[in-house]
Each structure stands twice: as structure tokens, then as C-alpha cells.
Design a protein around this ligand. Structure first.
Ligand code: HEM
Ligand code: HEM
Length: 224
């Protein structure tokens, strides 16, 4: 679980381009891609099992999310190589403004889809965390976590507007950049809460889909 957490932290750090400066930005981004290679190797079984088993609604959602994530991540990686000024400074393929635009555009989409992706696997995250911490089921803890999820959903919606994420996702050029000279930590807090809010939403959407699948299977069994 530390691996995806580190990747998410590096991703959010890389978004703070105007605070970091170019060198650290490229190093954080490159580290994230390095860890991504490890993450994909660890989870290679998922790719190997793609052609086996039945596809229900949830499995389709996970597949589409992974394809979407794969495309945006690839665009981010390719544009990173093309515009690099520090890590690959010897190459300096281009400083074309269109490629730079594609770079930040794909970066914001990656942030949102990674959150959707984490949300679709949240049950597994909770199970593994529960096992590691040797926690037994507790209705009080479950109630507190559900309340925290609701809070994150509300805060995430607010932070989404504060950061102007919808403009960034629609390829809209926004003059409202985060002013790092006045505050730094709220930038990270807002992005963390935006991603957590999206993850909560996708986790509960998966729970709803599970119910839909159960009803469908129940109906099919009733007919046979
Ligand atoms: C986690 C991965 C990454 C994310 C989320 C990310 C995101 C961003 C963002 C948001 C900007 C600011 C664009 C703007 O507002 O003008 C930017 C700029 C930039 N990034 Fe990345 N980036 C990542 C990885 C990389 C890597 C690996 C490299 C190179 C090795 C790179 C090279 C650059 C350069 C050179 C700029 C400056 C472009 C310019 O203004 O001319 N990035 N990136
Ligand atoms: C910052 C980037 C990412 C984060 C934070 C992240 C997070 C996670 C988490 C929390 C899990 C569940 C726990 C685990 O198995 O490790 C997971 C699983 C997985 N991730 Fe990612 N991920 C990221 C990028 C990607 C990308 C780009 C892909 C490629 C499409 C990908 C493919 C997978 C696969 C195949 C699984 C296993 C799914 C399964 O067995 O059901 N991840 N990821």
C-alpha cells in the first residue's frame, strides 16, 4: 500500500510546478514513473487474466478506467520526455507551446483518473490495511469512516472549485494559478482532498454497481 501512496504523493508534488522549479519537478515526475513501472509489475496478474472470466458491470468499469488511465499516463510520459529541460536536458526535443499544453492537460486528467482508479480498488486497500493493522470489524469504526468519507466528498467538491479543476480538465487556459508566495500547504491539502473526494465517489459508485449486478443475477436465476 506504501507504493501507491508514494506514487500519489509524487503526483501531487509534481503538480506544484510553480513552487518546485523545473529540476525538482522533473525528478519527482520521473520518480513517479519509476514507481509506476514497479506498480505495473506487481499487478501484472490483472493484465494476464484479462481474457478469462465473466465481465460484469464493475469489471467493465475497471477495464475502461485502466484504458483511460493508460492513455493519459502515456501522453504525460511522452510529453515529459519531449519537453524535458533538466533530466533529459541533453535531448531537448521541443519547447513547442502545444506540447507543453498537452503535458499539463494530461497531468490534470491523470490526477483525476488516478483518484477514480484508487476508488475502484478501495475495498482491497481497506482489507489489506485492516489485515496489516490486525483490526477486527467494528461498527463504530465503520460509522466514523463513513462520516469521514462524506466529509471528504463535501470538502473535495469545494476544493475542486477553489483550484479551478474543471477549467483545467476542459483544456481551458486559466489565469488563476495558485499563488505559492502567499501559501503553500493549502495547495497540497486542496489537491489531496479533491483526489480523496473523487476516490470516495468512485468507491460508492462501485458499491452501487455491485448491488445492480446482484439484482440482475437474482433475476436471471429466477427465470431459470
Ligand atoms: C507526475 C508526473 C508529472 C506531472 C503531474 C506534471 C505536471 C506538470 C504541470 C502541471 C506543469 C505546469 C504547466 C504550466 O502550468 O505551465 C508542468 C510543467 C513542466 N513539466 Fe511536468 N509533470 C510531470 C512529469 C514531468 C516529467 C517527468 C518531466 C521531464 C522529465 C516534466 C517536464 C516539465 C517541464 C519542462 C515543464 C515546463 C513547461 C513550460 O512551462 O515550458 N514533467 N508539468
Ligand atoms: C499514481 C498512479 C497510481 C496510483 C496511486 C494507483 C493506485 C492503485 C491502488 C491503490 C491499487 C490497489 C492496490 C494494489 O493492488 O496495489 C492499484 C491496483 C492496480 N493498478 Fe494502479 N495506481 C496508479 C497507476 C496505475 C496505472 C497508470 C495503471 C495502468 C493502467 C494501473 C494499473 C493497476 C492494476 C492493473 C491494478 C490491479 C488491479 C486488480 O488486481 O484488480 N495503476 N492501483
Amino acid at each position: 500500500m506504501l507504493l501507491p501512496a508514494a506514487m500519489a504523493a509524487l503526483l501531487i508534488s509534481a503538480l506544484a510546478y510553480w513552487w518546485l522549479d523545473n529540476g525538482p519537478h522533473e525528478i519527482f515526475g520521473t520518480l513517479m514513473f519509476g514507481l509506476l513501472g514497479w506498480h505495473l509489475t506487481t499487478n501484472r496478474r490483472w493484465f494476464l487474466k484479462l481474457r478469462s472470466g465473466r465481465y460484469d458491470a464493475r469489471r467493465w468499469v475497471v477495464l475502461v478506467t485502466h484504458i483511460w488511465l493508460g492513455i493519459t499516463m502515456t501522453v504525460l510520459a511522452i510529453t515529459s520526455v519531449l519537453i524535458s529541460r533538466s533530466v533529459l536536458s541533453f535531448a531537448q526535443f521541443t519547447n513547442n507551446v502545444r506540447v507543453v499544453e498537452l503535458h499539463w492537460f494530461s497531468a490534470y486528467w491523470v490526477a483525476i483518473i488516478v483518484a477514480v482508479h484508487a476508488g475502484t480498488h478501495w475495498t482491497r486497500v481497506m482489507t489489506v490495511t485492516g489485515n496489516v493493522l490486525r483490526l477486527s470489524p467494528s461498527p463504530i469504526r465503520a460509522g466514523i469512516l463513513r462520516l469521514a468519507a462524506l466529509l471528504l466528498l463535501g470538502l473535495g467538491t469545494w476544493s475542486f472549485t477553489v483550484l479551478g479543476v474543471s477549467t483545467k480538465l476542459m483544456f481551458g487556459y486559466s489565469l488563476e494559478f495558485w499563488d505559492f508566495t502567499s501559501a503553500v500547504s493549502p495547495f497540497f491539502a486542496h489537491w489531496t482532498v479533491v483526489m480523496a473526494g473523487v476516490a470516495v465517489f468512485s468507491h460508492y459508485a462501485m458499491i452501487c454497481l455491485r448491488q445492480v449486478d446482484k439484482v440482475r443475477i437474482h433475476k436471471i436465476e429466477g427465470q431459470t
